[in-house]
Design a protein around this ligand. Structure first.
Ligand code: FEO
Ligand code: CA
Ligand code: CA
Ligand code: CA
Length: 655
C-alpha cells in the first residue's frame, strides 16, 4: 500500500521490534480468566472480560480527597443518540458554542489578522492566529493563584496540519514560506477568556495572548541537556531548541504551568540514508510524502541535521502567566511519542507525572520528582520537573504491576546495552524500556487521576488492530483482545494509594465496543452508550470521568464502526459501569481537549480536524466535501475549534 501524501492520523507502523517478553506465559487467556474468577470478579462479566474493574476494591483503596467539590453520585443528563450530522450536539438543557477557531486572532496587541476562508492568510498572519488541529487544553484562573471560574487563560495545543487545507492551492508551488506557514500553524496558543454576562468571549487584545510555534526558542533541562546527541551546528552546546511540534495531549501543574507533549514528531523528520537503531526505534520517516519541510528547511532533513530529531519527543513546560517566559523541554521525563502528562502530588509532596507513548505496542511511564512541591514557593516549583526518576510499567498477569526504574547503571541500563549515561538513556527512552521488560500496550493515550480516590489512575488504550497477529505480540491479560479495533480503558491503584509507590494493582475499567451484534470480539462491556477508540480522558472536579473518542477519519461510521456515528464524548462515574453520551461531533472530526472551570459549570472541549476525509490531504479545490463546520459556509473551510459548553440554567456540567 502506498503511503498517504501526509500521515495525518497515526502511523500504522510498529517501531517496537524488541523481543522483550510481552508477558511471561500469558498467551493462555483462559488461565488469566480463571485467576481473576478466583479473585472474585463479577461472574457474568468475567465470561468475556475477565479483568474488569473491581470497583468497590478500587474505591475502598482511595485515600483523602484533594478535590474541594463533593463527589458526584449520579449523572443527571439524558444520554443522546449517535449522530452523523455535521454539527455538535449536546443534551437538552445544554448549550455548545464554537469559539477560537483555526485562523481566529489569538489576541496579540496591534496584530489581529482576520481569517481568510480561502486559505490565503500569510505566514506572518498565521503566527498571530489560532493554529490548526486543536488538541489538549488546560484552564488557568485569573488572577494567578485564585480560583476564578469566569476569567482565565486557556492554553491549548495545535497538533498537526493539513497542507491541503492550509493553503489556497494546497501543496502546489511548494516553498520555504509554505513550510514556515505550516510551522506557524502548529504548537500552542495561550488565550485570555472571560465570561461577559452568560457569554464567554476571547479577550482581544490581551497581554497574555501568545502563540508558540515550531520556531519559538526553548531551553533544554535535565540530564540530556548538553548531551552530545543534542548538539547541532546551530546549537553547539545542546541547550536551546527551536520550537515544539505535534503537540498532542497535555498536563497542567498545581503551580500553574502548562505541559504540552510532543507526539508524532517522527513524521516530520525525513532520512533518505540508512537509519541507525535509534532512528528505527522511533520510526523516523523515509518518505517523500511527509510534511515536506525537509525539502526546504535543512533542520528537518536527518541526512543533513542528524541530531535534530533527538531534540523532539519531550514534555515542554510553559508558564502561561508570563508571556515572555522561555518554555523548557524537560528531558528527565523521557523521550517518547508523548500523548499527555497527568500530574498528581504524592503524600510526601513529590510530583508524579503519568505519560503514555502512543504507538502500537509501546509503554506507559511515570516520573517521580526528586524535590518536593511547595504550595508557597512557585519559583522553586518551576524546577521540579528537571530532576527525578523515570519508570516504565510492567503489568503482571495476576493483577499486580511494578514500575521499573530507567536509571543508568541499574537493570542492564549501562554501556553494555548502549547507554553511555543518564542523558543518553533518556534520549533512547524506548530502548531502555525494552531492556527492562516493560509491557507492550495497545496504544496508550490519555491518563487521568481520580480527584476523589488517591492513587487511582486510568489510561485509555485506544486500539491496536495488530494485537495477536502472526509475528506480533500476543494478547495478554492487560491487552486481552486480539485485533483490538475498539480499545479499552486500563485502571490501576498505586500501593498504599501513594502515586510515588513502586508497585500497583490493576484491572480494566471497560472494554470499548458495540452494545449490539453477536461478535464477541467487538462487544463493549459498558451499560449504556457504546463507543470505541477512547482517547481524551479527564475527571471533572466532581469525579465524573469524561471520555472522548478518536475513531480514525477513514473508519468513522464505517467498517467495524458502522452505525456508531461521528466521534463523541461520553461520561461515567467509575464503579457504576453506566455510560451516557454527552456530545457528538461534526463529520470527520475527533473530539479532544478537556478543561473545566473550577466551579464545574463551564466545559471547554476541542473539535479537531472536522472535514477530514481519510488518509489523504484535503483537496484545496473542495475543502468542504466532508464538513463545513463550524461556519456552515460551503465556500469556506472546515475549522478545528474550541467549543464552550454551559448549562442553560447555569448549573453544574453533568447534572
Ligand atoms: Fe495525538 Fe495519540 O493522539
Ligand atoms: Ca490523542
Ligand atoms: Ca486523531
Ligand atoms: Ca488518537
Amino acid at each position: 500500500m502506498s503511503r498517504p501524501l501526509i500521515k495525518k492520523e497515526h502511523s500504522e507502523e510498529i517501531s517496537n521490534r524488541s523481543s522483550n517478553p510481552v508477558f511471561s506465559d500469558v498467551a493462555d487467556a483462559f488461565l488469566s480468566r480463571r485467576r481473576f474468577l478466583q479473585l472474585g470478579v463479577v461472574a457474568g462479566a468475567a465470561v468475556s472480560f475477565p479483568l474488569l474493574l473491581k470497583s468497590e476494591n478500587a474505591l475502598a483503596a482511595s485515600g483523602a480527597s484533594p478535590s474541594k467539590i463533593a463527589k458526584a453520585v449520579s449523572l443527571g443528563f439524558t444520554s443522546i443518540p449517535v449522530s452523523s450530522e455535521d454539527t455538535v450536539i449536546v443534551p437538552e438543557g445544554y448549550i455548545a458554542r464554537p469559539f477560537y477557531r483555526w485562523g481566529d486572532a489569538v489576541g496579540l496587541k496591534g496584530n489581529l489578522p482576520a481569517f481568510k476562508k480561502d486559505g490565503s492568510n500569510t505566514t506572518e498572519e498565521q503566527a498571530a492566529q489560532a493554529g490548526m488541529h486543536h488538541d489538549g487544553m488546560a484552564w488557568f484562573s485569573l488572577p494567578q493563584g485564585g480560583e476564578s471560574a469566569d476569567h482565565g487563560l486557556l492554553a491549548m495545543n495545535h497538533e498537526y496540519i493539513d497542507n491541503g487545507m492550509l493553503f489556497k492551492d494546497g501543496v502546489a508551488n511548494w516553498s520555504a514560506d509554505k513550510a514556515r506557514k505550516g510551522q506557524n500553524a502548529m504548537g500552542v496558543s495561550v488565550i485570555e477568556v472571560k465570561k461577559n454576562g452568560q457569554q464567554w468571549e476571547v479577550v482581544r487584545p490581551s497581554a497574555f495572548a501568545r502563540r508558540i510555534t515550531v520556531n519559538t526558542p526553548m531551553q533544554l533541562s535535565g540530564p540530556a541537556r548538553h548531551n552530545d546527541l543534542m548538539k547541532t551546528a546551530a546549537d553547539s552546546k545542546g541547550e536551546v531548541v527551536l520550537g515544539t511540534m505535534q503537540n498532542c495531549a497535555n498536563g497542567h501543574t498545581p503551580w500553574g504551568t502548562y505541559l504540552t507533549c510532543e507526539e508524532n514528531w517522527s513524521d516530520i523528520f525525513v532520512k533518505k540514508g540508512e537509519m541507525n537503531a535509534l532512528e528505527k526505534r522511533y520510526g523516523i520517516s523515509d518518505s517523500d510524502d511527509s510534511y515536506r519541510w525537509n525539502e526546504v528547511d535543512e533542520r528537518f532533513s536527518v541526512d543533513k541535521t542528524p541530531n535534530e530529531p533527538n531534540r523532539f519527543g519531550w514534555v515542554v513546560e510553559i508558564d502561561p502567566y508570563n508571556p515572555n517566559s522561555t518554555p523548557r523541554k524537560h528531558t528527565a521525563l523521557g523521550r517518547i511519542k508523548h500523548e499527555g502528562a497527568a500530574v498528581t502530588i504524592a503524600p510526601d509532596n513529590r510530583v508524579v507525572v503519568y505519560m503514555g507513548d502512543d504507538q502500537k505496542f509501546e509503554y506507559i511511564y511515570k516520573f517521580v520528582s526528586d524535590k518536593k512541591y511547595d504550595p508557597a514557593n512557585r519559583e522553586a516549583n518551576l524546577s521540579l520537573l528537571e530532576s527525578g526518576t523515570l519508570y516504565v510499567a510492567k503489568f503482571n498477569d495476576d493483577g499486580s504491576g511494578v514500575w521499573l526504574p530507567l536509571v543508568h547503571g541499574e537493570g542492564g541500563l549501562d554501556s553494555s546495552n548502549g547507554f553511555a549515561n543518564q542523558g543518553d538513556l533518556l534520549i533512547k527512552t524506548r530502548m531502555a524500556a525494552d531492556v527492562v521488560g516493560a509491557t507492550k500496550m495497545d496504544r496508550p493515550e490519555w491518563i487521568a487521576v481520580d480527584p476523589h480516590a488517591a492513587g487511582s489512575v486510568y489510561c485509555t488504550l485506544t486500539n491496536n488492530s495488530d494485537r495477536g497477529k502472526e509475528g506480533k505480540a500476543p494478547v495478554d491479560a492487560a491487552n486481552p483482545r486480539a485485533n483490538n479495533v475498539f480499545g479499552h480503558i486500563m485502571h490501576w491503584v498505586e500501593e498504599n494509594s501513594d502515586p510515588a509507590a513502586p508497585r500497583f494493582t490493576w484491572d480494566i475499567l471497560v472494554m470499548a465496543g458495540r452494545t449490539d451484534g453477536e461478535d464477541e470480539n467487538a462487544k463493549g462491556s459498558m451499560k449504556g452508550a457504546a463507543f470505541g477508540s477512547p482517547d481524551g480522558l479527564s475527571f471533572d472536579p466532581r469525579g465524573v470521568l469524561w471520555i472522548q473518542t478518536d475513531v480514525s477519519s477513514s473508519t468513522i461510521n464505517k467498517k467495524a464502526y458502522e452505525g456508531m456515528g461521528n466521534n463523541q464524548m461520553v461520561a461515567t462515574i467509575p464503579g457504576t459501569n453506566e455510560y451516557r453520551r454527552f456530545l457528538t461531533g461534526p463529520r470527520g472530526c475527533e473530539i479532544t481537549g478537556i478543561a473545566f472551570t473550577p466551579d464545574n459549570r463551564t466545559l471547554f472541549i476541542n473539535i479537531q480536524h472536522p472535514g477530514e476525509g481519510g488518509d489523504d490531504l484535503t483537496d484545496p479545490a473542495n475543502p468542504t466535501a466532508v464538513s463545513s463546520w463550524p461556519d456552515g459556509d460551503k465556500a469556506g473551510r472546515p475549522r478545528s475549534s474550541t467549543v464552550v459548553i454551559t448549562k442553560a440554567d447555569g448549573g453544574i456540567i453533568g447534572t
